[in-house]
Design a protein. Structure first.
Length: 113
């Protein structure tokens, strides 16, 4: 089970950190990451992080968003910097374990002045 939090209203150019709490050790997952879905659009990948330590970011967020983990707390994070209105979306934590995929509930991020 995944529980996302940290969304809210942020001004353009600002920063926000999203958190995702896992109900078990994040070592159990092959891949963890974040997706987002803007109104009227399909859900899209933001970042995926493999157990081999490889991070794959969407081009639209490269250099601005950063994925991190806290293994002791079973947490993953998404630090969002230099946000712009196009980053407005519901953000979803994702985990994959073998053939199973898990989703947290969305946390809404709105970028607006």
């Amino acid at each position: 089970q995944l529980q996302a939090s940290g969304g809210g209203l942020v001004q353009p150019g600002g920063s926000l950190r999203l958190s995702c709490a896992a109900s078990e050790s994040i070592y159990n997952f092959d891949v963890m990451g974040w997706y987002r879905q803007a109104p009227g659009k399909r859900r899209e990948l933001v970042v995926r992080f493999t157990s081999a330590g490889i991070a794959d970011y969407a081009d639209s967020v490269k250099g601005r968003f950063f994925f991190s983990t806290d293994v002791a707390k079973n947490m993953v994070y998404l630090k969002m910097n230099s946000v712009n209105p196009e980053d407005t979306a519901d953000y979803y934590c994702n985990a994959q374990q073998s053939t199973s995929t898990y989703w947290g509930q969305g946390t809404q991020v709105t970028v607006s002045s």
